[in-house]
Design a protein around this ligand. Structure first.
Ligand code: SAM
Length: 472
């Protein structure tokens, strides 16, 4: 077998030999200042880098060059995303699961975790609780269980979620993180109006993948790795990939992740919409120290910076698995979306106290959504509840084309400000509102076109008067 970016076979487009050669090449050149300069020079064109070049940057240990890498990542982040940060929350539907993933507390053999699956009434109650926090965008999560969580159940939940209109609230985008499935099921998800289909690879190392997933349908490496091709065949053009850092050697995962992105772009004409950066966390019966590939916060930031440089148009997501300190670091070098006020247990949003018994993993950022919004504002970011692109049909290659032309700035900045204004009017604490209003006033100046700026001003007045859901 040899590396073939266009092949639809997992072991060809994630070729183990190519990854190992890449990691070796990066190690050999990690102190090659001339090569690093040349790669950085190319990266400044903001057209991205391939997995080999990006791996050299990741391996770099030269302090001066590292500072250049971070500075470039920060600059690319500013150019493409400004200071906007999109907010979302996970919604756990069911922790029934037939898989045997060694790192996940939902695995079949875990007999002491209470199993729970939300009824549609419970989904509705969770959604009301999430709307009352101010959320507009969710990522639904479920274990894999064809009997308890069949696709019909997931589709029914999506329908329920979109149907709830509580006070001024609405969930306007539902992203879906469920196990790899068939083209037919992906088509059904698309028809249900999902945003992004998210599936983490967990690890790109096939040998280790099979050890970490000893039983259940997820054991099949090829079926899992080829899922995004099936999703795209089913008409889903926004897909989100990621690895669970800590399971395997991070250099290997980094190269695999970028090769996956390159493959999707080469075959389907559009790369992943997002890349998530989860790290293994402590959970019921799960000790992250058992996986001896843990990485330091420093290395984690370096990974984020190198991804930002390699795929400038791909959103990057960090969850509440990470502490506020780590999240702040990663926001600076490339992350564009974060979760806030998350509960990782089934039915957790309706509980007064944070429930621990059905949690998928320990949350390291336990702040409320309003605390996260306030923190972002004070750190100079615009918290955005925007969901406009996908609702305006700007998905897949249409989104990427707009992004590449720079025109996205005329949509994103106004949409961020208008959705923040809605949040401030409907959900914010007094202090958040005061700082948020000042931020909106300041940031209006950064809407590039004057005509659009005027429209935004008018719409902000209308939002104050009670109108909702404006978008460009
Ligand atoms: N069941 C679906 C699947 O098989 O892909 C996805 C849903 S699962 C709730 C979402 C993700 O949580 C998994 O893909 C995995 O990467 C992550 N996860 C599982 N256990 C974890 C742990 N102990 N710490 C951090 N993340 C974990």
């Amino acid at each position: 077998m040899s590396y073939d970016i266009h092949s639809l076979k997992a072991e060809d487009f994630i070729d183990d030999g190519e990854i190992r050669q890449t990691v070796r090449y990066a190690q050999e050149h990690k102190n090659d200042r001339a090569l690093i300069d040349e790669i950085l020079q190319r990266a400044r064109a903001r057209k991205g880098l391939n997995h080999r070049d990006a791996s050299v940057l990741l391996a770099c240990e030269d302090e001066e060059k590292l500072q250049e890498i971070y500075a470039l990542a920060e600059q690319i982040k500013k150019d493409f995303y400004g200071n906007r940060i999109v907010l979302f929350a996970p919604l756990y539907l069911s922790n029934y699961c037939v898989n045997g993933c060694l790192y996940c507390p939902y695995h079949l053999k875990n007999k002491h975790i209470p199993r729970k699956k939300l009824t549609q009434e419970e989904v509705a109650r969770e959604v009301v609780a999430l709307q009352d926090m101010g959320h507009k965008r969710l990522a639904i999560e479920a274990g894999e269980d064809p009997v308890n969580n069949p696709i019909e159940y997931i589709l029914e939940c999506i329908q329920t979620i979109y149907s709830i209109k509580h006070k001024n609230g609405a969930i306007r985008r539902v992203n879906v993180n469920i196990a790899a499935t068939t083209v037919e099921n992906y088509r059904k998800l698309r028809e249900a109006g999902i945003g992004t289909y998210i599936l983490f690879q967990e690890t790109y190392n096939k040998e280790n993948y099979e050890i970490l997933h000893p039983t259940g349908p997820k054991h099949n490496y090829a079926y899992h790795t080829e899922a995004m091709d099936r999703a795209m065949e089913g008409g889903i053009d926004d897909v989100g990939i990621g690895v669970l850092f800590g399971l395997d050697n991070y250099q290997y995962e980094f190269a695999g992740l970028l090769m996956h992105a390159e493959h999707l772009e080469a075959v389907h004409g559009v790369g992943p919409h997002t890349i998530s950066l989860p790290r293994v966390k402590r959970a019921d019966g799960i000790d992250p120290d058992e996986f001896d590939n843990s990485l330091s916060d420093e290395t984690f930031s370096k990974i984020a910076a190198c991804i930002r440089i390699a795929v400038p148009y791909t959103g990057m997501i960090i969850s509440t698995r990470e502490t506020p300190e780590v999240r702040e670091k990663l926001l600076r070098v490339g992350v564009s979306q974060i979760s806030g006020g998350s509960r990782t247990s089934v039915g957790g949003y309706c509980e007064e106290q944070r429930p621990r018994d059905t949690e998928q993993f320990d949350v390291s950022d336990e702040r409320t959504l309003d605390e996260v919004v306030n923190w972002l504002i004070q750190a100079g970011y615009i918290p955005s509840f925007c969901t406009a692109c996908y609702r305006e049909g700007r998905t897949g290659d249409r989104f990427m084309a707009l992004c590449k032309s720079g025109q996205i700035q005329n949509c994103c900045q106004p949409n961020a400000l208008m959705t923040l204004k809605e949040y401030l009017m409907d959900y914010a604490a007094d202090d958040t509102r005061v700082h948020g209003e000042a931020l909106i006033e300041r940031e209006l100046a950064n809407v590039p076109r004057e005509k659009i700026r005027d429209i935004v001003r008018q719409r902000l007045v209308k939002i104050s008067a009670g109108e909702r859901d404006f978008r460009f």
